[in-house]
Ligand binder design. Sequence first.
Ligand SMILES: [Zn+2]
Length: 188
Amino acid sequence: MAPGEPFVEPTPVGSTRALAERTTDLLNALADRSTGASTITTILTRHGEIDPELDEEDVAALREVAVELRHVLAADTLEGTATRLNTLLAREARPPRLADHGGSHPWHLHADSDDEAPWDEWFAASTGLFLASLVSQRQRLPGGVCAARDCERVFVDTAHGSGRRYCSRRCATRTRVAAHRRARGRTS
Ligand SMILES: [Zn+2]
């Protein structure tokens, strides 16, 4: 941490917010074809993985899972979301198991086959399980694709209240400003 930089409370590993951030960080990075193993390694480290080792082949496999997860988030009905999640989980998930990775993490639920499972299996099973639990807890869409013009970032919606439509405050603001300008253009 650089001197003078404000201390930011780390988000607890395994919390809904932490998993939501990990999911969107990975999905939005993988959507960019130029993202390579070093960027994904950095993201995984930031989200609590200890010394993750990935090569470009792992990233290619992760990218395929990312496309499928993007379709899950793009579904516009709960039934569509559930169907896509069930397909993913039926293929990728194994019996749920508790893991603490030799004491380096708090006990948490895994749905991949093993601590040494390939990264794409881990990503599909853990994100599938997370989004499925979010749906069952909230009875709402677990996220979506940003509604702003020229933005294709996905988001996971963990907020209460009315459904989220934008990936970020920035996209929400620029959409509102553009709508305001259009409305003013019509009346002047
Ligand atoms: Zn956006």
